[in-house]
Design a protein around this ligand. Structure first.
Ligand code: NAD
Length: 501
């Protein structure tokens, strides 16, 4: 039905174009081109932005109820097809763990806030009523990481469409096929039900050039970047309004009052999730001296596998490598271990361990590169500290000022408060695994784009909206009996009556 309408529209446009260019002697008429039927899959940035712009115009004519119906299709596919899509993502990206790839899609489908998160604010007072509504920006350009290729697109799509926007995505090249397949499925279902195509557009051969074209494109009204330091910098320098979900290196502090067995279970749950790919995942642990050895025992009891000092040294040599020259030289995780299972990491130093082990850990000092580097693999260094003040100071230093995520295990409210104040991070978790701060085991809502340098925090539909205020002066407040002083008189402005200027 809708496809027929699109066909008719294209034919009519073509006829008008031919008339305009020929018989009537008029100027050449630029036919409005429809991209319906492409299901959001594009090689060319200009075409993708044009299609997303067309989709935005059509979405703007629809009701909030229609937005909900659109989002319900994304949710349904994400939940019902999580095994198939999660497996395809795992096979393509080759990082992380299958179980978690599947779980992330299902959870995002269920828990990402949608249109129910949209709300207007009202100021009602002596001088009438002001309503603040949240309007869309238009087409949003998104850059997504390899660590959660389809999940980031799914979460962004739900939030952005709930806010009335459409999106053009430049995925990480290592996850481009699953990105395109997910987007194709979402759009096809939406188009067949509601007759709007290309609400989510994806570039099938993403490069740095296509990312830059999206950054610079006049049709792109806002940028949302989820990734590491280079892309975060590029987005901040783009000259466009940017929501930047940047890198983290979340430290954990364990003090002498902590429940050590609980702390160990939480650290394993968070740090081993998807083989430590989460930007919020526990990356290094600072433990006060008086409970250090007991904490290491608790990690053993909870099922993590401890490397001895010689093994830690050997593993550090193979798993961390240097890139860049001169002042730009810095350590990064070695690609072959990124997001791999603990057993693969152990094999790197000739150690055979059970495939059931989720996390490796070991004692290091702070000079070990695993402490400053965002390793994104399931090995976590534990550093001995004299007291909680030293632990917090080191945590702050090695978080690098990203102000992303920090975690404490403690039963001393003063220590918690001190660390919270010192770290000044977007997420601060107490006595839980990192993901509890995204509503997965804790309170609050979920998103996989946590805007740190630009400050929007855990993104929601409202993140992707502009405020618009609508004011009615002196009327529609239905409370109270007194007639208020007219505001214009009060401010010394005389009203003009009976004539026009
Ligand atoms: P990455 O930075 O290598 O790539 C992210 C995306 O940016 C990819 O699409 C990549 O192609 C693109 N990109 C990289 N450099 C670019 C440049 N100069 N210009 C334009 N585009 C560029 O990161 P990754 O390995 O895919 O993902 C892991 C990183 O993302 C980690 O640092 C992690 O902390 C971060 N991350 C942050 C969040 C968050 O919510 N804050 C969520 C997930 C991941």
């Amino acid at each position: 039905m809708q496809a027929t309408e699109d066909l008719i529209r294209n034919v009519v446009a073509e006829v008008i174009k031919n008339l305009g260019a020929g018989g009537l002697g008029a100027k050449a008429y630029a036919a409005p081109k429809s991209f319906a039927g492409r299901y959001g899959v594009f090689t060319c940035v200009d075409e993708a932005v044009a299609a997303a712009t067309e989709a935005f115009e059509r979405l703007s004519e629809r009701t909030i109820e229609d937005r909900k119906r659109i989002i319900d299709h994304i949710r349904r596919i994400s939940i019902d097809q999580c095994v198939e899509l999660g497996t395809a993502e795992m096979n393509e990206t080759k990082v992380g763990r299958l179980k978690h790839k599947i779980e992330k899609l299902e959870t995002l489908g269920r828990r990402t806030p949608g249109v129910e998160f949209m709300r207007s604010e009202v100021f009602s007072g002596d001088h009438g009523l002001a309503v603040i509504e949240h309007a869309p920006f238009g087409v949003i350009g998104c850059i997504t990481p390899i660590t959660h290729s389809l999940p980031t697109i799914t979460g962004n799509a739900v939030s952005m469409i709930a806010g009335g926007n459409t999106l053009v995505v430049n995925p990480h090249p290592g996850g481009k096929k699953i990105a395109a397949e997910g987007v194709r499925r979402f759009n096809e279902a939406i188009y067949k039900d509601l007759g709007i195509d290309n609400l989510i557009c994806v570039i099938t051969e993403p490069t740095l050039d296509t990312a830059n074209n999206i950054f610079k494109h006049r049709g792109v009204k806002m940028i949302c970047v989820t990734g590491g330091p280079a892309v975060a910098r590029a987005a901040l320098n783009s000259g466009k309004r940017a929501v930047v979900a940047g890198p983290g290196n979340p430290p954990v502090v364990v003090d002498e009052t902590a429940d050590l067995d609980r702390a160990a279970r939480c650290i394993i749950t968070g740090a081993a999730y998807d083989n430590n790919l989460l930007c919020i995942a526990e990356k290094e642990v600072f433990v006060v001296e008086s409970v250090f050895d007991k904490m290491m025992d608790a990690m053993d009891r909870a099922g993590a596998l401890r490397l001895n000092a010689r093994e830690v040294d050997a593993f550090t040599k193979v798993a961390i490598t240097s890139v860049g020259e001169g002042e730009h030289k810095h350590d990064v995780p070695a690609k072959e271990f990124l997001g791999q299972d603990a057993a693969v990491l152990a094999r790197g130093i000739g150690k055979n361990i059970s495939p059931d082990v989720e996390l490796l850990f070991g004692e290091t000092d702070e000079t070990n590169p695993f402490v400053p580097v965002e390793q994104m693999m399931p090995f976590v260094p534990f550093v001995r500290c004299r007291n909680v003040d030293e632990a917090i100071a080191k945590a702050k230093f090695f978080e690098h000022g990203f102000r992303h995520t920090a975690i404490i295990h403690s039963n001393d409210v003063r220590n918690m408060t001190k660390m919270g104040r010192e770290m000044d991070t977007t997420l601060f978790v107490k006595n839980g695994p990192c993901m509890a701060s995204l509503g997965l085991g804790g309170e609050g809502y979920l998103s996989f784009s946590i805007a740190t340098p630009t400050g929007e925090g855990v993104t929601t539909p409202l993140t992707f909206t502009r405020e618009r205020r609508c004011s009615l002066i002196d009327d529609l407040r239905i409370l109270g009996k007194a007639t208020p002083t007219p505001p214009l008189e009060k401010h010394g402005v005389s009203e003009t009556k009976g004539h026009t200027r």
